[in-house]
Ligand binder design. Sequence first.
Ligand SMILES: O=C(O)CCC(=O)C(=O)O
Ligand SMILES: [Fe+2]
Length: 248
Amino acid sequence: EEQRDSNVELNHMQFGSFIDPSSLSEPAVAEGPLLHSEVTMLSNSTQMGGPLRFAVDHFANEQQCRDLTEFALNAGVLGDGYSGKASPNTEHELFQGLSIYTATELAIKGKVPVKVAALYFDLSEQVRQQVKLYFKLEELYPHYTHLVCRTSITNQTDRSDLSLPIHADNCNLQPNGSCLKHQNSLYWRDYSAILYLNEDFNGGEFIMADSNAEKITMHMKPKCGRLAGFCSGKQCSHGIKPITKGSR
Ligand SMILES: O=C(O)CCC(=O)C(=O)O
Ligand SMILES: [Fe+2]
């Protein structure tokens, strides 16, 4: 994720009446098929507080999560995708990232097991397939996959900033609520997805905002194998709460 500069920082948002999908007792009904029998529905759009979004669990197993978490921590490049800025979003955290291209290069050089680089690629492809299936799309072209790790460096708990400000993935949110699609906004994106790999950190909840990006409407704690899929436009504005301890 590059080009955050012109995104508005909405740090003083209301955290009023949000939904915590994991606290809902009603089972979520999937809108489209799940990729395989291990995958379980966590929340549909109703439970996620808006259209074009879903979350499932068990999309990766514990071993896969461990392998990729270790890979991200050991090989993730500081400031990758942010012109090498080690703390691009907040001074309280470090950001590391690894593209599939870089992962493949490391495998070719023998610096990482081919199996791990292949796992990264395979899961990325499965995520694409799941998003395509769930939203019943005729085609969904992959644009970019990033294996990223955000690490708390100050362990400060009373932060007023976010780990990642509320933003949309295919346009630049403006203070007046509009979202500008220009050259730097990755405007061709239609859907985004995140596969979480760990939960041993404090904070770092994924949050989604209302269509004016004024109020947080949902928050969700990451964990191994949890997958969130959503539209890339401003109706699916989202961000990350501060990580106050550990690596996410
Ligand atoms: O990691 C997350 O929960 C969200 C990441 C995100 O929104 C992004 O990279 O654009
Ligand atoms: Fe995003």
